[in-house]
Design a binder for this molecule. Structure first.
Ligand code: FAD
Length: 377
């Protein structure tokens, strides 16, 4: 019988998109002495398996916008042999803006284009035409179309990360909960699991909504993370509509987004209810309120009956930006946390940065200070 190994160079806690992306980028650099541990029976059971799977590069937080743009380049053109199917379906995204924001967007658009973002400014009539005239045009002052953004195949992305990491030597253990962090001589030296202790030079905290609990049990820097529930509901497209050519539609001022899906329409009321780490359920009241906001903008879309609904947690650091890097108080304890609402689309950027920092203590691909755990003192 094969012996179960209990000593690795790197242990990654969490088999979501964050942990999987780091395992991939470590393997890509020839570092396969990696163990990925996941408490559930499968990868992506929590946030990563419940997302709306979109790439929307415009973001009010510029650091996130930059990470999304790096992620977008990877999703459009992954390395040869990485994935078996396309990672991105560029159905396009249309974002609506109110009068109060429109002139700022008009000014920012050339700057975004210079950064390499592909975008077009649309009048309300042009935006509505992209959705077969479904939009009430006086509900917004203008819109931005992102023609190269769209729907990410999360299953393909995640399984490609894990497949490549395994090829490079990484081991993945499901049904393995980390119940404690080992610290020896002021350094993190491994993890405790129900079947024993596993040693490592570096332990990575990529536990999604549970990152705060893991850090507290290690005695690492106390960063206050907030998991926030987000609900999604599916329903049928309006009769006669051909949604196959529709883009995703996003409106921060109305607090919802939706996109076409083979099963109809995927709708999100953009709820942000803070809660302790858990397996959350969709909130029907929040969905009903979101559909009332949808009624103001696209009344024909409001359904009579609802289909499948679900919810997941999006976990935010105090400034809303991911936390990536070695802990300043506990050497050997490495953060890969706080992916918030964009952990899928930013994973190719953040996974690469994390691998660079873990292996070399520095990265050329980003200003790592913006992500450093030390920014929270
Ligand atoms: C409704 C919704 C819509 C979203 N839409 C988008 C979107 O359109 N685009 C986008 O980019 N992002 C989106 N997101 C955000 C995205 O899903 C998250 O940012 C991302 O999945 C976070 O990945 P993660 O690996 O950090 O967390 P997770 O996927 O939650 O992975 C963490 C893993 O750690 C495991 N774990 C925890 N504690 C332990 C332990 N003690 N021992 C072992 N394992 C442990 C958990 O079981 C879990 O599997 C959305 C999220 C939600 C909920």
């Amino acid at each position: 019988m094969a012996q179960t190994r209990d000593d690795f160079e790197v242990i990654i806690i969490g088999g979501g998109i964050a942990g999987a992306s780091l395992a991939y980028f470590l393997g890509e650099r020839g570092h396969g002495d990696v163990l990925l541990v996941e408490k559930e029976a499968q990868a992506a059971y929590h946030s990563s398996g419940r997302s709306a799977s979109s790439l929307v590069e415009i973001d009010p937080v510029y650091t996130l916008q930059q990470l999304k743009m790096i992620g977008g380049r990877f999703l459009r053109n992954p390395p040869v042999g990485f994935a078996e199917n396309p990672l991105l379906d560029p159905i396009g995204v249309v974002l609506l803006f109110p009068e109060s924001h429109w002139s700022a967007i008009e000014q920012a658009a050339p700057v975004f284009a210079e950064d390499g973002m592909s975008l077009d400014l649309l009048t309300p009539a042009e935006a509505s035409a992209r959705l077969e005239g479904m939009l009430v045009e006086d509900q917004f002052a203008g819109a931005v179309a992102l023609p190269e953004d769209g729907y990410v195949d999360v299953h393909e992305l995640l399984s490609s990360y894990i497949r490549s990491a395994r090829r490079a030597g990484a081991e993945v253990r499901f049904n393995t909960e980390v119940t404690g962090i080992c610290v020896e001589g002021g350094r993190c030296s491994g993890v405790v699991t129900p079947t024993g202790t596993i040693r490592a030079r570096t332990v990575v905290n990529a536990a999604g909504a549970w990152v705060g609990e893991i850090a507290a049990s290690a005695g690492a820097t106390a960063v206050e993370f907030t998991p926030r529930r987000r609900s999604i509901v599916m329903f049928a497209a309006p009769e006669g509509a051909d949604t196959r050519s529709w883009p995703m539609l996003w409106s921060d001022s109305h607090n919802f987004y939706f996109r076409p899906d083979p099963a109809g329409i995927l709708f999100c009321p953009m709820d942000e209810e803070p809660m302790a780490p858990c397996d959350p359920m969709a909130d029907d009241l929040v969905i009903a309120e979101g559909l009332e906001r949808l009624r103001a903008v696209a009344p024909r879309l409001v359904p009579r009956t609802l289909g499948r609904r679900w919810a997941g947690l999006r976990t935010f650091s105090p400034d809303g930006v991911p936390v990536v890097g070695e802990d300043t108080r506990l050497p050997g304890f490495f953060w890969l946390a706080g992916q918030g609402g964009c952990g899928i689309e930013t994973s190719p950027a953040v996974g690469r940065i994390a691998a660079d920092l873990l292996l070399n203590g520095a990265t050329e691909s980003f200003d790592a200070g913006l992500l450093a755990p030390g920014r929270f003192g």
